[in-house]
Design a protein around this ligand. Structure first.
Ligand code: ATP
Ligand code: MG
Length: 363
């Protein structure tokens, strides 16, 4: 008898444990979290990567650009996202002298990033220094393709030093100074956030979109975000305005092969005209795309201020507001994705990113 009672008691005990665990899990939100993960896994379906271009398409593009038949041996994919594809293209040894390079960087983007074609032309025509040589651009109705010189595999995210950080700051300032004096016409649809009004309007627009797309979004948080933009807008527009890269992180600064000269790539959809310290704020932030460069932020700022002839302390004082503005611009992009019905990014679902970005803005 005892033999049968024990297992029965154990079963009751285990059942009790499961009930207690389940209720605790529910209370702690673990279960809800699990449900959320399941939901995210399902909505991952909604992330559609740009169509992987055939090597023959890339070969044709290079052939058209050179004006003579060129053969490619293989490609190495460097990025494959929903709006962009980037690859290192290896030219067949027989055609290398004709092309002038052993390898090239091929990039394809789709709308709304196809505006990158006009940006690339502007960067070239205005003679912005410290950029990769643009070899060819081709624009189709909703896509654009580029060929650029290959700067090698090392970025400032992987290797940095005090000297490189100082030089990077100097070069960023040289780019901005050249942009200020350039006479080339800015791309027609380039956005401008160069007045307090335009910055506040941007925040208000984000507020309405947050409400429209996420009925559960905390209105108070969204209002606080607008409040921050109102507070920062005046300060941000007291200084000079100029053409900004808009996505300057160590990841987008390649160290040119052999010379290690910091060279700025990825002039993209995120370029705009706005507060001059925007790029410096992103490059000196603790963002993961800067990795260990953050520890050298003082050197980057010093280099920038030396060339731009700006006082270091005054610049440092401005950077937090410029960084908050860069987070607002990122929020804007996330909401553009949501407008397009895309609830995923290649680094995870949009909604938690939005929650995090709003928190970063309000601090
Ligand atoms: N000219 C170049 N020379 C060497 N490597 C390059 C060059 N252009 C791009 N790359 C490499 O390809 C990667 C992706 O390129 P790029 O940043 O232009 O694309 P993207 O789609 O905008 O990527 P992301 O959104 O991650 O910034 C770069 O981080 C770099 O490693
Ligand atoms: Mg990039």
């Amino acid at each position: 008898m005892l033999f049968f009672v024990r297992p029965l008691e154990s079963i009751l005990e285990i059942t009790k444990c499961i009930v207690v665990f389940a209720s605790q899990a529910l209370q702690s939100g673990a279960f809800l979290y699990y449900l959320k993960i399941m939901k995210n896994e399902n909505s991952r379906v909604n992330l559609q990567l740009i169509v992987f271009p055939e090597v023959s398409e890339i070969e044709k593009f290079i052939t058209r650009s050179i004006g003579k038949k060129v053969q490619v041996t293989h490609i190495n994919v460097l990025r494959h996202r929903d709006f962009s594809f980037v690859a290192r293209v290896f030219i067949h040894p027989h055609f290398r002298s004709l092309v002038g390079f052993d390898t090239l960087i091929y990039k394809k983007v789709k709308a709304p990033w196809d505006c990158e074609a006009n940006i690339a032309l502007y960067v070239k025509n205005s003679g912005l220094p410290h950029t990769a040589r643009l070899i060819e651009i081709s624009k189709a109705p909703i896509t654009a393709q580029f060929l650029q010189e290959d700067l090698g595999e090392l970025s400032l995210m992987i290797r940095n030093s005090h000297k490189l950080a100082l030089e990077t700051g100097r070069r960023l300032a040289e780019i901005h100074l050249m942009a200020k004096s350039a006479t080339a016409e800015l791309p027609e649809k380039l956005e401008r956030f160069d007045s307090a009004k335009s910055i506040v309007e941007l925040a208000a627009d984000c507020y309405y979109k947050l409400h429209e797309h996420f009925a559960d979004f905390d209105r108070l948080l969204a209002l606080q975000m607008v409040g921050c933009a109102v507070r920062d807008a005046q300060k941000l527009t007291e200084g000079d305005m100029c053409f900004q890269h808009g996505d300057v992180y160590a990841e987008n600064i390649m160290l040119r092969q052999t010379s290690l000269a910091p060279t700025f790539i990825d002039w993209s959809y995120f370029c705009f005209v706005g507060p001059q310290l925007y790029d410096l704020a992103t490059l000196t932030s603790a963002h993961s795309k800067n990795r260990a460069l953050f520890k050298r932020r003082d050197a980057v700022i010093q280099g920038y201020c030396d060339v731009a002839q700006m006082p270091v302390e005054a610049v440092k004082e401005m950077l937090p507001a410029a960084f908050r503005f860069s987070r607002l611009m990122f929020l804007k992009w996330l909401l553009v994705r949501v407008d397009m019905g895309i609830t995923q990014t290649t680094v995870g679902p949009v909604r938690p990113l939005i929650d995090r970005v709003v928190q970063e803005i309000i601090g």
